[in-house]
Design a protein around this ligand. Sequence first.
Ligand SMILES: NC(=O)CC(=O)C(=O)O
Length: 298
Amino acid sequence: MASITAKPFRLALLQLGSLTSSKSQNISVARAAVLEASKITPKPNLIVLPEIWNSPYAVSAFREYSEKVPKVGSKWNEVEEGETVRAMREMARDNGVWLIGGSIPQKDEQTDQIFNTCTVYDPDGTLVAIHQKVHLFDIDIPGRQTFKESDTLTGGKSLTTFDTPFGKIGLGICYDIRFPEMATIAARQGCVAMIYPAAFNTTTGPMHWTLLQRARAVDNQIYVAMCSPARHPEASYQAYGHSMVVNPLGDVLVEASHEPTTIYADIDVDLLNTTRKNLPVTIQRRFDVYPNIAEKFL
Ligand SMILES: NC(=O)CC(=O)C(=O)O
């Protein structure tokens, strides 16, 4: 598992601003940002949207904004789906890019449960992966930040990776990054990067946003990226911003401020493999002393 087979690729993180309570306006904002990022030279191969970008990030809003997400593999006009899913298919296909569609509230019609769900599209607009946020953001830092996603949301039950022509990618959503097992399992499955649509806040962002990404990157010798919405002074939840990409050495390659912007990073697989060669922890694990948590996924 020391080295990884992948190709260099360019990543774009869209730190969307001007998000409002209008879903259709938010879709227009995302559509315009994907179009603009796709015009950059060299063109990004993989574009990422932030967590919950089509709805306010509020437990009281998730059900109202939720929509149907079809099954992995579904293509155009094959299935009934929500307007945001349809728009993301178009964004990927019209711009010829892979798209990690941040996350949106998803309604499961059968169970009536709501999930915080990331969908991924290939450049034909085919839905290739779905990740439902596994660890719900239930925290209480008195006087500073209280949030209880579990008031409305149900946690996902599986881990998610997907294959692209430039390598395997692992997915998590925001709070998922605090649980190191997910990134470790993805790395041992051969992922070149863990990518997390996210929305930390102005309390937990300064504490842990950078530290967590650098930790996941160094522990697993992979790239790590988090894509946040921009800060919005009128929103009930103040997103931290600071979308970021960290390399396998733990260096911050690029970081946004809290304003609306797009950041780009070139993923260098040689650097990943050189890091693993020079610091060979991936082949020095002592599974005779402690268990391999990834075993059942390999
Ligand atoms: N919003 C989240 O899911 C997580 C977060 O803000 C944090 O972990 O801090």
